[in-house]
Design a protein around this ligand. Structure first.
Ligand code: GLN
Length: 344
């Protein structure tokens, strides 16, 4: 209803109590299955052959991941799943995990816990910037860059590392709607080469934001980044955010609805690192990328979408993934800032 060949019909009117009124602001308005399928197919065809970017290689195992994996999945808030391309291959979730650990900290400590520690401001600098930590003395940052993310991981409650880890993985499982597992080769590769993240954790400890053991926090963070996900998993996770914290496929309430706006706000300002502004300008969508090649985006109240394609641009964001999601969302009216003026 109201969606023709992926384009929103701006003049749509509905009859309410005998009066002809605009239907554009009615709640629960979702794109049709035909429009979604057409948008997914077109984007996949358009970008499949695009040969730009390169796999991350600062974590050696990421360089070996098949660069041709390209899958896109969209999940609507009413639980319909649409997919195109490779939706079976798993990549490591990497920085997309930061969204869900941030959400878990909000669940346990409330949304005020983040501004009070690492902050909720974009740094405008790369995700692993040490300069940003020094500039802001570990505050005025956010949980989606490594410094804030490792600090967030350290804030998850638990009597030992194993309890914390199980809680984090269980939380991700609820969002994905299935049991996820760690990609051991990725974990081993990053654990052997994560000296920079260890330094970041120690700096955050020195500034008093990271409480507890920085070595343990970095290790759990490295493990959370190594969780394997396919495009469907990521899309269901994104759709759970689009749907006010209820997984639309399993029906389970996975986080407090009242905390979702804060999660989306940080994704909007910092989800694509130093390119977050460009992305928001182009799409209006809260999103998060990972160096494994995954990217999720949320159209609140409508859908979650995810793409996997390992080659990254200079900021560390999937080249095909960004283009595909931007096109699909535009075709489906996903931009939450796009409104039609109130009809008097
Ligand atoms: N595990 C990666 C790191 O800490 C995650 C980075 C990312 O996906 N941007 O470097």
């Amino acid at each position: 209803m109201g969606w023709v060949a992926g384009k929103r019909v701006l003049s749509r009117m509905v009859l309410v109590g005998g009066l002809l009124v605009s239907g554009l602001t009615l709640a629960g308005e979702l794109p049709s299955a035909e429009a979604i399928r057409a948008a997914l197919t077109q984007a996949h065809e358009r970008y499949q052959g695009l040969d730009e970017g390169a796999n991350a290689d600062y974590i050696p195992a990421l360089a070996k991941v098949d660069s041709d994996i390209f899958g896109i999945v969209l999940v609507t808030v009413d639980g319909r799943v649409f997919s195109v391309g490779d939706v079976k291959s798993e990549v490591s979730i990497q920085s997309i995990s930061k969204v869900f650990t941030m959400a878990l900290v909000m669940e346990e400590k409330g949304v005020a816990a983040l501004p009070d520690t690492m902050g909720v401001d974009a740094t405008g600098q790369p995700f692993n910037s040490i300069h940003a930590i020094e500039q802001y003395r570990g505050a005025e940052m956010n949980p989606l860059v490594n410094a804030g993310a490792i600090t967030a991981t350290s804030m998850v409650q638990g009597r030992n590392a194993d309890t914390v880890w199980k809680k984090i993985l269980g939380f991700y499982n609820d969002f994905a709607g299935r049991k996820l597992t760690v990609q051991d080769d990725i974990y081993a590769s990053e654990a052997a080469t994560n000296q920079r993240n260890q330094a970041i954790a120690h700096l955050m400890h020195a500034y008093g934001h990271l409480q507890g053991d920085p070595v343990q926090a970095t290790d759990i963070y490295t493990r959370q980044c190594s969780v394997g996900v396919n495009a469907r998993d990521l899309a269901v996770m994104a759709a759970s955010l689009a749907n006010g914290g209820v997984n639309p496929v399993t029906g389970k309430a996975v986080m407090t609805a009242a905390n979702v706006p804060e999660v989306l706000a940080v994704m909007a300002t910092a989800g694509l690192y130093d390119d977050a502004g460009k992305w928001l300008y182009a799409t209006g969508l809260p999103a998060k990328s990972g160096v494994g090649g995954g990217i999720i985006a949320v159209s609140p109240g409508k859908f979650g979408i995810a793409a996997i394609s390992p080659p990254l641009d200079a900021a560390g964001n999937s080249v095909r993934g960004q283009k595909a999601i931007a096109d699909i969302s535009a075709a489906l009216g996903g931009n939450p800032y796009e409104v039609v003026p109130y009809q008097r």
